[in-house]
Design a protein around this ligand. Sequence first.
Ligand SMILES: Cc1cc2nc3c(=O)[nH]c(=O)nc-3n(C[C@H](O)[C@H](O)[C@H](O)COP(=O)(O)OP(=O)(O)OC[C@H]3O[C@@H](n4cnc5c(N)ncnc54)[C@H](O)[C@@H]3O)c2cc1C
Length: 479
Amino acid sequence: MKKHIAIVGAGVGGLATAARLGSRGYKVDVFEKLPRPGGRAHIIEDAGFKFDTGPSFVLMPSFFKEIFDYCGRDLSDYLHLAPLDIHYKIFYPSGKELVIYRDSEKTKAELEKIEPGSSRQFDRFLADVGDMYTSVEPLLYKSFTPKALCNPAYWSLLWKLKTHKTYWRLAHDFFKTDELVYAFTFEAMFIGVSPFHAPAFYSVITYADHVQKVFHPLGGMYQIPLNLERLGREFGVEFHYDSEVTHIQYRRQPALSVHGQKEQFDIAVVNADYAYAQKTLLNRMLPKYEYSCSVYLLYLGLKKKIKNLEHHNLFFAEDLDKNLNEIFHEGVVPADPSFYVHVPTVTDPLMSPPGKDIVYILIPVPNLETYQGQFREYEPRLRKLVFEKIKTVIGEDIEDLIEVEHRFYPEDFVSRYNVYHGATFGLAHTLMQSAFFRPPNRDRRYKNAYFVGCSTQPGEGLPPVIASSRIVADLIEQS
Ligand SMILES: Cc1cc2nc3c(=O)[nH]c(=O)nc-3n(C[C@H](O)[C@H](O)[C@H](O)COP(=O)(O)OP(=O)(O)OC[C@H]3O[C@@H](n4cnc5c(N)ncnc54)[C@H](O)[C@@H]3O)c2cc1C
């Protein structure tokens, strides 16, 4: 008889693992503390506005296709991933703007306006990073331990992946102006690390963005967890919401404590935040990990449509070096923040009532390990700064247009999703917490305990989290 598997958490990692294992005939029960699936990829619905609260970029669409293929289904029966013609718009403090298009020729014309000669460098940069991508992609579906480094096959890879360089340094080899180096490294913030600190091989994210393009699931990002849950249900997976697991005990088999009762399973897969789960669910001491930054989020439903913003917009700080230092080293709320503005209604007007817009603002801030103060003290200053910068672009004060508003603080990542230190993107993607050195997907001590999600291998972001569910499903199938 196939084994009975418990999954702790219905984030994208838990949902994807449940669907895969369900499709292979396992009996699967998912326990989620919140009333709905999605975890960090959640939704707030208010007055006809559908606010996706977490991810907003769909990159690497092949990873989304892979999970549906694995389950014998067709992605297009579940999700419609629409390509964006304008990937994003960057607003520099100098007043310059840079638009990144799906059509690379149009992007090149934009780059030339900022740095003459950069369109050729753009091709060279993508060719160089493309080689890395080809080496990295198959590894994303594999689990490693540091022992793998004894295998000489991986030694040449370390060189190929330029592990001696940072994300920033690599882009600097190709572009001269800080403006373009920023434009080709800001994606490091997608994984919650500074481009000055992230290893060069994460520039595969920049490659994915420019070469594989940027997509939006029609209906909003929440369609992703919703349809993964639907996929699981089709294979008999049972979902238990409002069901927080308070402890996991391992003897021969894992036993989960839920609603004051202990229930035994053959296998447990933990999707809850890795550091939180090690400490709280398994009562283990944590090694000295480095954590990603946190974010402060505003979800605004506007009374009317606004002008001049695209689906994705980035506003860069005057002094990016200082801004990143404040977030990652000094642990203070940035004086002049870089921030991201998401207006999904540019592409998907049905996400708001007719004639209205959604504006989601994300400001990277220190996590709660480095930042011990009261974030709310700085909030009015931060809001004012951000609203003023947006006003220079849309020509009106966004505050006057707000019909509905929701806010999300670093502390909310802890209270809502049990994210350790409110580190939005989990364990930081430093060199020593990447690949072989990132927590593995199978527990080192208990052979029937597995971990899936953004702080495990291969890492942070929806495509890697989906890949981590594949790693876990393969390990269980082989066990
Ligand atoms: C603001 C933001 C912006 C982002 N932008 C992007 C983007 O543009 N593109 C992209 O690809 N990625 C993006 N990401 C990253 C992406 O959303 C995450 O990598 C991914 O959603 C993490 O999924 P997960 O399954 O690892 O973890 P989680 O989403 O954290 O899921 C874990 C689940 O476990 C539950 N849980 C915790 N403890 C317990 C317990 N004790 N018992 C039961 N359940 C429990 C939690 O409630 C949660 O539902 C973003 C994330 C955030 C927050």
